[in-house]
Write a protein that binds this ligand. Structure first.
Ligand SMILES: Nc1ncnc2c1ncn2[C@@H]1O[C@H](COP(=O)(O)OP(=O)(O)OP(=O)(O)O)[C@@H](O)[C@H]1O
Ligand SMILES: [Mg+2]
Length: 309
């Protein structure tokens, strides 16, 4: 069995007789990015804390590169950014990171370039108590990069960040992955995750209901494709009628079709000639897929966990 990975087998957490993490199995290899999705209370934070050894396991097994969660070796290999990150208010950002570098046996010279990397160079000498939420979040990200972690667990890391910082954040994740780290990111920000993860895990009431690449989840869900048509001048009514589509506003008509009918429907649209100015093909988004898998629309036989042992 390769040990260069996180292995979770049938992990179980019981609370008040209810499974809040319900026999979850997954593996995460070095250099892989996985998004962990699910409604509030689905068990994301609990699972992450179980991997870290902060929440006790009631069944199953977790192996962090061959080590048990929470033991000294596993702790050295893991970096964690919690949902609501808190720091001592009296220290400056630089002092906090230096403290952390010392604990991780890293030279203090790593600190200033990291502060620069997360856009905190100007605030490095200021007390953390004066930082905004997004600045504390960035400091947390800098902290995660200290000590060359092999497994990085980020619990809703972009929740306090503005759009530019979110973009920078994913660049930092790319850096970590390029250095061979495995990264697990829990998030509700589906649009930004869409292009930024290798695989997606979806929890529903503690159980894993999907675990695969976006392309495979899309194929399996077989959700309809939307065709958005811009009709020429006053032709929207006629276009909607001819195509049995729905008129959305004065020029826009929408229709949906199965993936296998897409080309036929596009031919129907092209056949209308000058009545149509433009057409956009919209495949199901991660949000559509999330709704499908996380709300119970998915039939049980649609759920196939590719990397089960
Ligand atoms: N310390 C605790 N004691 C008792 N129940 C808990 C505790 N922590 C979490 N739970 C319960 O476990 C379930 C999963 O919670 P968890 O925090 O893992 O969800 P989550 O997916 O991270 O949600 P969110 O998106 O809101 O962060 C919830 O029903 C929650 O109420
Ligand atoms: Mg949570």
């Amino acid at each position: 069995m390769p040990t260069e990975q996180l292995e979770i087998r049938e992990a179980l957490k019981l609370r008040d007789g209810r499974a809040t993490v319900d026999r979850v199995s997954l593996t995460l290899a070095a250099g892989e990015r996985m998004a962990l999705l699910g409604h509030n209370g689905a068990g994301k934070t609990t699972l992450i804390r179980m991997i870290l050894g902060l929440t006790a396991i009631d069944g199953g097994e977790i192996s962090v590169f061959g080590a048990a969660p929470g033991d000294a070796r596993a702790r050295r290999l893991c970096a964690y950014l919690p949902e609501s990150v808190s720091f001592p208010k009296a220290l400056s950002g630089r002092e906090q990171l230096r403290l952390f570098a010392r604990l991780a046996d890293e030279p203090l010279s790593v600190v200033d370039p990291l502060l620069e990397r997360v856009g905190l160079a100007d605030a490095a000498g200021r007390r953390i108590g004066t930082y905004s939420k997004g600045m504390r979040q960035r400091l947390g990200l800098a902290q995660v990069m200290i000590g060359r972690p092999r497994l990085v667990l980020l619990d809703e890391p972009t929740s306090g960040l503005d759009p530019i910082s979110r973009h920078d954040f994913y660049d930092i994740v790319d850096d970590l992955v390029a250095r061979g780290a495995a990264v697990l990111v829990s998030s509700h920000a589906l649009t930004e995750l869409e292009a930024r993860t290798d695989r997606i895990a979806i929890l529903r009431e503690g159980a894993l209901v999907a675990l695969d690449s976006l392309a495979n989840l899309r194929r399996r869900a077989h959700l309809p494709i939307r065709l958005r048509i811009t009709a020429h001048d006053d032709a929207a009514d006629r276009v909607a009628r001819d195509l049995h589509g729905q008129r959305v506003n004065c020029r826009r008509v929408e229709l949906t079709c199965g993936p296998e009918d897409k080309m036929d429907r596009l031919s129907d649209i092209t056949a209308l000639g000058k009545l149509v100015d433009d057409v956009d093909v919209l495949p199901p988004s991660l949000e559509d897929l999330y709704r499908y898998y996380a709300t119970g629309t998915a039939r049980d036989d649609a759920v196939k966990q590719e990397d089960q042992p």
